[in-house]
Design a binder for this molecule. Structure first.
Ligand code: PGA
Length: 241
């Protein structure tokens, strides 16, 4: 794994922004894997600025998001579809029907996860997958214990994940208990992966990622087996290394 050490959140976002732009510019029909959460917000802001100053176009870009809560409509401010539209897609020239987020209100969730996999395959492969990491090592919503061989599936969210995300909801009871997530094997099929991590709260997680064993109890540890992973981490996140 290639580690890029940066000073702070802004520099992390800037570096990730440069990497994404380079993929978009050098690929005929770029396919990006995208993530939600606090971590990539700065990246999306930077990409919007670069678009607004005509440095990059998203006209021929296709995107697949990692995950979505089960039970939330796309226009619910806590859904990941809403997050992506308001933080990124609504501000760039991407064609909306080329943006994909799992449908958390699909009648048949089992059918939805199969279709999502199929759609990724139809588009070739993900050229660059952006990842954040949960305190418990989750990637996407693949919680500890998820099989490394998992494909896109429905998950029960960990209490720790629901607590971490409760800050966006008016109470913990409103945080959905289930989500759809791209599987670990699905993520590992991306050509390149860039993992972003910032802040002292993630320092222990990063230390375990870099120094710990490869185990399904810590999903991100599988990234050691991927041939092209870059971790962009700030000094606070690397403070326990
Ligand atoms: P965060 O979430 O970016 O809000 O810290 C990361 C994650 O849980 O994957």
């Amino acid at each position: 794994m290639n580690i890029i050490r940066v000073k702070d959140y802004d520099e992390m976002s800037q570096k990730a922004c440069e990497m994404i732009i380079s993929v978009v510019r050098s690929t005929e029909k770029p396919v990006l894997g995208l993530a939600t959460g606090s971590t990539p917000e700065g990246l999306y802001k930077c990409l919007i600025e670069q678009y607004q100053s005509n440095k990059v176009s998203f006209d021929n870009v296709t995107t697949f998001n990692l995950d979505e809560y089960v039970g939330l409509e796309g226009n619910d401010p806590n859904s990941y579809r809403y997050f992506m539209d308001s933080n990124f897609f609504d501000h760039i020239n991407i064609q909306k029907n080329n943006t994909h987020v799992p449908n958390g209100i699909a009648k048949d969730l089992e059918e939805e996860v199969l279709q999502y996999e199929e759609l990724i395959k139809e588009n070739g492969a993900i050229d660059m997958q952006v990842l954040g990491i949960g305190l418990n090592g989750h990637i996407g919503f693949n919680e500890p214990g998820t099989a490394f061989s998992s494909r896109t599936h429905v998950v029960e969210l960990d209490e720790s994940t629901r607590n971490a995300n409760a800050r966006f909801f008016s109470s913990i009871d409103e945080v959905p208990t289930q989500a759809i997530t791209a599987g670990i094997e699905t993520i590992m099929e991306s050509k390149k992966i860039v993992l972003l991590v910032s802040g002292e709260a993630k320092a222990e997680t990063v230390a375990r990622l870099l120094n710990g064993e490869i185990t399904e109890n810590f999903p991100a540890s599988i990234l050691h087996k991927h041939p092209d992973v870059t971790i962009i981490a700030d000094e606070a996140a690397l403070s326990q290394i």
